[in-house]
Design a protein around this ligand. Structure first.
Ligand SMILES: [Zn+2]
Length: 294
């Protein structure tokens, strides 16, 4: 178990990275983590997240009462408290306004298309919680609908929220969302967005177990599973909470875009088949190409 001073330092470091990457402007954003069964460590209100010091943090109980600290806790504390109430497994919460992801949140476009293997295995999909006035009771209510099934979401006309087993895990999901949003934007500007087939999405979901990824809900990539009408209400339970991660993925008839690793051979007629690469493989290829140009 990390000591309190280490955890204070971790929040300072995550705040520094968020500000350095432009995920927050001015005093935006907030970060919290569980310090113990009844205590939370949280960023204070009205400070720039890029220049915090460990002594600035507040300690509150799970009701938000301040137990320790010279400053008052974050103005978005209610949203953090709601996450800890709904998700006993969550140890840390990060909120920021990364510009590309927030652009999608403003446009009302969820990041729910089956496009990147890593995003599917880690986050599944990234829905949009309905607009709510920041720092009021409305915001935790909007977040509640999705937080039981998702580790990351967009907040309509506001920003993004991520959670994790520690503060770095929560922060890295924020990086993943912003990165995914940038890639999605570029693909849409280029005019094509090839989606990963539903069958492949199922295979990727099975990898969660292989890699020990603890997702809070399964992926629903099959529209039939959503009940009558695509995206119908069957994936929302009677308490108005999401029960699965809805992903837009076409039925591919069992066809893969790359041959199975096991038989590795190209089949007849596949010479012109499209090759699908993971983001990591694509990055490596681009890096190689740039090196050879120098
Ligand atoms: Zn905010």
């Amino acid at each position: 178990m990390s000591t309190e001073s280490t955890l204070r330092g971790d929040i300072v470091e995550v705040g520094r990275r968020m500000y350095a990457r432009g995920y927050t402007a001015s005093n935006d954003g907030n970060i919290s983590l569980r310090l113990g069964p009844e205590r939370l460590l949280m960023t204070p209100k009205s400070v720039c997240k890029g220049f915090m010091t460990p002594d600035m943090m507040c300690i509150t109980d799970l009701e938000g009462r301040k137990l320790q600290g010279d400053r008052d806790p974050s103005s978005e504390m209610l949203m953090h408290l709601e996450v800890y109430r709904q998700r006993p497994d969550v140890q840390a919460v990060v909120h920021a306004h990364p510009p590309t992801a927030t652009g999608f949140a403003v446009a009302g476009i969820p990041l729910d298309r089956a496009v990147l293997a890593e995003v599917l295995t880690t986050l599944g999909s990234i829905p949009i919680a309905e607009y709510a006035t920041p720092s009021t009771r409305e915001l935790p209510e909007a977040v509640r609908k999705y937080i039981t099934a998702h580790d990351g979401m967009l907040l309509a006309n506001h920003g993004a929220l991520t959670v994790g087993g520690d503060v770095y895990a929560a922060y890295y999901k924020m990086e993943t969302i912003e990165h995914f949003a940038k890639i999605s934007l570029v693909a849409r500007l280029l005019g094509r967005e090839n989606l990963i087939a539903r069958e492949e999405v199922r295979r990727l979901e099975q990898l969660r177990g292989t890699y020990g990824i603890a997702a809070p809900a399964p992926i629903c990539a099959d529209p039939d599973a959503l009940g009558p009408g695509l995206g119908g209400p069957a994936f929302i339970d009677p308490n108005d909470s999401a029960t699965c991660q809805v992903v837009q993925a076409p039925a591919g008839g069992g066809q893969r875009l790359v041959p199975n690793a096991i038989d590795g051979r190209r089949r007849v007629g596949e010479e012109d088949a499209e090759i699908r690469l993971t983001y990591r493989e694509l990055s490596a290829l681009i890096e190689e190409a740039i090196k050879s140009l120098r």
